[in-house]
Ligand binder design. Structure first.
Ligand SMILES: Nc1ncnc2c1ncn2[C@@H]1O[C@H](COP(=O)(O)OP(=O)(O)O)[C@@H](O)[C@H]1O
Ligand SMILES: [Mg+2]
Length: 229
């Protein structure tokens, strides 16, 4: 699917704005565009990742791919008067909820009894993922995936989440992240790198995305040459 992002805002003409323009000659302060070909058609995938530096267009693409209402906020919609175990699928099955919390790594039972607002960053992130795996919308986008947690937790959390999400057969998620270090843990079906405007697909045997990816490593063809499947 080809997605064209065209942003624009007012072309300011203040003294300072004009001075900046004359000094630096920026091509386009008031416009921003990016064209991406995302492999979202078809049902042969469940997890996609859009990765790239801040400001490279991830959120814009994420909002446009299926519409802004498909963007899921892990951190909103919690009732802070209730423990998280009551907030996730209140009408649903108890075991599904506790199972989801444990499957994304929130196995610390006392934390289930606390409201969302008092949880640590790591616990909030995991509680959000647990709720998402239980609600399991058919098509969903999660922005700032693993942004606010430390890297080791992010990596383990990405692996646990991928495993939990894949149990939701047929459901598709696109994660947006500025961290390349989660790729090999997440093992998404495809990765779109906003830096290179390039898509890499995982093989059906899995593990296309090897440990050679560093945090600042672009998902480029040269890396793929090293992969043995
Ligand atoms: N209305 C707008 N007019 C001009 N530029 C915009 C507008 N909205 C966003 N941008 C620019 O678009 C770029 C991409 O933004 P965004 O999609 O939020 O990136 P990311 O999520 O990767 O950090 C940024 O450089 C931002 O400043
Ligand atoms: Mg963003």
């Amino acid at each position: 699917m080809r997605i064209e992002v065209q942003h624009s805002c007012e072309n300011y003409k203040s003294f300072r704005a004009e001075k900046v323009k004359s000094l630096f000659n920026p091509e386009s302060g008031h416009t921003w565009s990016h064209i991406a070909d995302l492999p979202v058609e078809g049902n042969d995938w469940q997890i996609g990742l859009i990765v790239g530096a801040s400001g490279s267009g991830k959120s814009s693409l994420g909002k446009q791919v299926w519409g802004a209402d498909r963007v899921y906020d892990l951190y909103s919609g919690w009732d802070n008067e209730k423990p998280i175990v009551d907030c996730i699928a209140p009408e649903g099955d108890f075991k599904t909820v506790t199972g989801a919390l444990a499957s994304v790594g929130l196995g610390d039972v006392p934390a289930w009894l606390r409201p969302f607002k008092v949880l640590s960053n790591r616990e909030q992130f995991r509680a959000g993922l647990a709720r998402l795996t239980v609600e399991a919308p058919d098509k969903v986008v999660v922005d700032e995936f693993t942004s606010v947690i430390d890297r080791q937790i992010a990596q383990v959390g990405a692996a646990a989440f991928a495993k939990a999400w894949r149990r939701n057969t047929g459901k598709q998620i696109i994660l947006l992240s500025c961290h390349y270090d989660i790729i090999e843990w997440l093992q998404p079906d495809w990765v779109y790198d906003t830096r290179t405007a390039d898509v890499k697909k995982n093989s059906s045997q899995g593990l296309l995305f090897p440990s050679t990816y560093g945090r600042s490593t672009a998902v480029t063809g040269s890396f793929l040459k090293r992969i043995t499947i």
